[in-house]
Design a protein around this ligand. Structure first.
Ligand code: PEP
Ligand code: MG
Length: 834
């Protein structure tokens, strides 16, 4: 039987809901409660461990549906999942249904022995009966159709990531929006579209939001403010995307350029020479017929959707790492009301069979994408069709298609679905060549992740070649050779060898210390914001964490996180890092990161206002709660603490005094902690650079925050694109502040790192090594490249480059200097981005 878990801030509320549910179904249900916290003064709150234990107590192979009340209940439930095994996690569903109505509906459904899909569907539909009875369905619909004037709050923001709201960012957008109770809508101002539901992956994606487009997000409801802040943060953070692996698009596939040589679109670098294997995916044929028992037909569809969901969840755990997020977008398609509602109507109103209702709706949706004047969005039609075929295969009792190759080959086909690509046997598929697709299709993205050379959009001639014909492809140039001659094969083999060697070299360096050719070691650590980031960091060769931005704990919620919540997260990250160093930065809120529930006074210059340590020193309850959590987590780990936005010596002294108070209290309470924990500060304000010698006597280390330092040195707001060119950390004025800080730190005998974005820029590496930085902290995907770049450098040469750079008069001149003096480095950068 499906288990139910109720997560609430209030013990009484949860007990009341449990009582109501018990009245309906007696003891015939497996229901557990995780509510309130063990704090007699303020018992309202949620506790991750309680949620975890509640899930464990009702867990079975049938799955568990978790219903949450507000804000931190969601965060606690999400964090509880981290403690479960992967197998268990797949069977837990955090349900967005209303707490009371959803719990009752889910309990009744579970007690009747329904599947987890049905229990979820019943919980999600729990408000329908109430709305119908009150006659407000129409009113709700009308409200959704109203224009922006009727929304209580609205923000406008420019989308800056390279591909705009494509599938994965759209998935993140929809999941973030769905965490809130507010009704949220979004529209593309640039394309002058109407508002669409922010919880519909398909509706959001059809807005065709591209880089540079302005969108409006509007919301009404209790947590409107928090919802808008969360979405704004998400957009502003580029959806956490690393755009660097994109191959430029727009290269036209043309017919044969030379006899036996074709041109397609470069999709994934690498060279492959092998016999062809022609693959033709089987598509399910669908017939239309009338059904009488519409309820059974709907259930049949639900079961097929459930099977497809399990398939996709399995694909999420394949060899694809972060790219498996594509399948999160596919999962959202399966839950999308904009897809399910029309299918529901076709079955219940028009009595269509499930296959026909599903396929017709999928085709309409795919067609909508296909007719958009945007290559990337046209590619999304492929995703929709892929998901649609999965469900159809399950409805018709067919097993999932697999591509079975008998010998190492180049796979030739019209197009590969993302699921097909994810399941490829990489020992047998040496290359991929398709006649459709673009460099931004998911097939191309996945091929890059799997490191399979690929050319897409090749001429259709290749489809007529017989199996076994020798083919060669170059995924960097998009060239395809039919039966290449001996000379071509020799040249291509040499190229293949060179590429493989460069890749192997970077991979080897990734997990080795970064040491220059003249033996200077630079510690390479990661900037992270979550437990998941910590895992990715280790995978990419990080030697620890140089910056945990703790703000993420405070976002997307209605109250500040408790000490226990924070402690759990810090400890979880420390466990992932084992004994590696781990710097936790205390709350850096304010500036571009406001928090609605803190009720901060609006400031006309928030970046010059009560930000970071200034806020914490004025809100000591919040500060002390965080310090207690950090100090407790330090026991048995290599945690260091870092204060942000330090402008004066007095601020460091005040922060240290509060830290000492906390440590004394813990000592009296016999709570263990690391009494030798190092204390550091961010150097990101020009005044801190000016008095770096004085500050160095107060702390154990500095970490230079070039993101803020550049904006403050240049007086150019880091969030204002009009002045972004000015706030360039490679400008000699900023480089001089770095030099000054490093000198002061070393003179005082303390170490100094750099954790701004500059650390991830290979063009800056020689200068930073030359200026004497001891540690660089950067985003994880950039780690292998930066480590490799360092191994190619000589400290003495880097010092000379740095000294020259300090005396140039523009950031552009600095860039030219680096590219002309460190060719090998620029070349590697090109390769790694190609
Ligand atoms: C910085 O300012 O360089 C930094 C690392 O901190 P943040 O970007 O979080 O302000
Ligand atoms: Mg900063």
């Amino acid at each position: 039987m499906v288990g139910i878990v109720l997560v609430s801030h209030s013990k009484q509320l949860a007990a009341g809901v449990r009582e109501l549910a018990a009245q309906m179904v007696g003891d015939d249900v497996s229901l557990a409660v995780a509510a309130g916290i063990d704090d007699p003064v303020n018992p309202l709150g949620t506790d991750t461990m309680q949620v975890y234990q509640a899930i464990e107590s009702v867990y079975s192979a049938d799955g568990v549906v978790v219903l949450m009340d507000l804000g931190s209940a969601l965060l606690s439930a999400e964090m509880a999942l981290e403690f479960l095994s992967e197998e268990q996690r797949e069977k837990i569903h955090l349900c967005e249904a209303p707490f009371v109505e959803g719990a009752i509906a889910a309990t009744i459904s579970a007690a009747s022995g329904n599947s987890i899909t049905q229990v979820i569907a019943d919980a999600q539909g729990a408000l329908t009966a109430k709305a119908t009875q009150l006659g407000i369905n129409e009113a709700i619909n009308n409200q959704q159709a109203q224009d922006s004037n009727s929304h209580i709050a609205q923000i406008q923001i420019t989308v800056t990531n390279k591909l705009g709201l494509h599938a994965r960012p759209a998935a993140k957008f929809v999941t973030t929006a769905a965490k809130f109770q507010a009704q949220i809508e979004v529209r593309n101002i640039t394309r002058n579209t109407n508002f669409v539901r922010a919880d519909s992956i398909n509706q959001v994606a059809t807005l065709a939001v591209r880089q540079g487009h302005e969108i409006a997000i509007a919301a009404t409801g209790v947590d409107t403010e928090a919802a808008l802040v969360a979405l704004q943060e998400l957009v502003a953070s580029n959806f956490g995307e690393d755009d660097s692996d994109l191959v430029p698009i727009g290269i036209d596939a043309s017919e044969n350029s030379v006899a036996g040589e074709l041109i397609g679109i470069p999709a994934s670098i690498g060279v492959a020479i092998a016999p062809i294997f022609q693959y033709r995916p089987i598509t399910v044929r669908v017939e239309e017929y009338i059904v009488e028992d519409t309820a059974t037909e709907w259930q049949r569809l639900q079961r097929a959707i459930q099977t497809a969901t399990q398939d996709l969840q399995a694909l999420q755990t394949t060899q694809l790492g972060d790219e498996a997020e594509i399948f999160s977008a596919h999962l959202l398609v399966l839950q999308d009301p904009a897809l399910l509602d029309p299918v529901h109507q076709r079955i219940f109103l028009h009595h269509q069979n499930a296959e026909f209702a599903w396929k017709s709706t999928i085709d309409e949706l795919a067609h909508n994408f296909y007719t958009l004047d945007d290559t990337y969005l046209q590619e999304r039609a492929n995703d929709i069709t892929d998901v649609g075929q999965k469900v159809l295969r399950s409805l018709s009792g067919m097993t999932a298609s697999t591509i079975e190759l008998t010998q190492p080959s180049i796979l030739v086909t019209t197009d590969l679905s993302p699921s097909d690509t994810a399941q490829l046997d990489t020992t047998k598929v040496l290359g991929i060549c398709t006649t459709r697709g673009s460099a931004t299709s998911h097939t191309a993205i996945l091929a890059r992740t799997l490191n399979i050379p690929a050319v897409v959009g090749a001429p259709a001639t290749i489809l007529h070649l017989t199996n076994g014909t020798l083919l060669a492809i170059d995924g960097a140039s998009g060239k395809v050779w039919l039966e290449p001659d001996t000379n071509t094969i020799t040249t291509l083999q040499a190229k293949r060898h060179a590429i493989l060697q460069a890749q192997q070299q970077a991979q080897t360096t990734a997990h080795q210390p970064a040491i220059t050719r003249d033996r200077k070691r630079i510690t390479i650590v990661a900037n992270i914001s979550s437990v998941a980031d910590a895992k990715t960091a280790i995978k990419n060769g990080a030697e620890g964490v140089g910056l945990l931005r703790t703000e993420f704990l405070y976002l997307n919620r209605t109250t500040a996180p408790t000490e226990e919540e924070q402690f759990t997260v810090y400890q979880a990250i420390a466990q992932v890092l084992e004994r590696r160093p781990f710097i936790i930065r205390t709350l850096d809120i304010g500036g571009d990161k406001p928090l609605p529930y803190l009720r901060l006074q609006p400031e006309s210059n928030p970046f010059l206002g009560k930000r970071g340590i200034r806020f914490c020193l004025e809100n000591q309850d919040i500060f002390k709660t965080q310090l207690r959590a950090i100090v407790r987590a330090s026991h048995g780990h290599q945690i260091k603490i870092m204060f942000p936005m330090i402008a004066t010596v007095q601020e460091v002294q005040a922060a240290k005094a509060i830290l000492l108070e906390v440590q004394t209290e813990l000592r009296h309470a016999n709570i263990p902690f690391d009494a030798t924990m190092q204390i550091g500060i961010m150097v990101e304000i020009p005044s801190a650079v000016a008095i770096a010698d004085q500050l160095a006597t107060e702390v154990n280390f500095f970490s230079i925050g070039t993101n803020d330092l550049s904006q403050y040195v240049m007086a150019a707001d880091r969030t204002n694109p009009d002045v972004a060119m000015l706030a360039d950390a490679l400008h000699p004025s900023v480089l001089r502040t770095i030099e000054q800080t490093v000198k002061a730190a070393h003179h005082a005998g303390i170490w100094v790192g750099l954790c701004g974005e500059l650390a991830a820029d290979p063009l800056a590496t020689s200068i930073l090594v030359g200026l004497g930085l001891d540690e660089l902290s950067l985003n994880s995907p950039a780690i292998p490249t930066i480590k490799h770049t360092i191994t190619e450098l000589k400290r003495s040469e880097s010092e000379a480059i740095a000294q020259t750079a300090l005396n140039l008069n523009s950031a552009q001149d600095v860039k030219t200097l680096v590219t002309t003096t460190t060719n090998h480095q620029a070349e590697f950068h090109q390769n790694s981005l190609a």
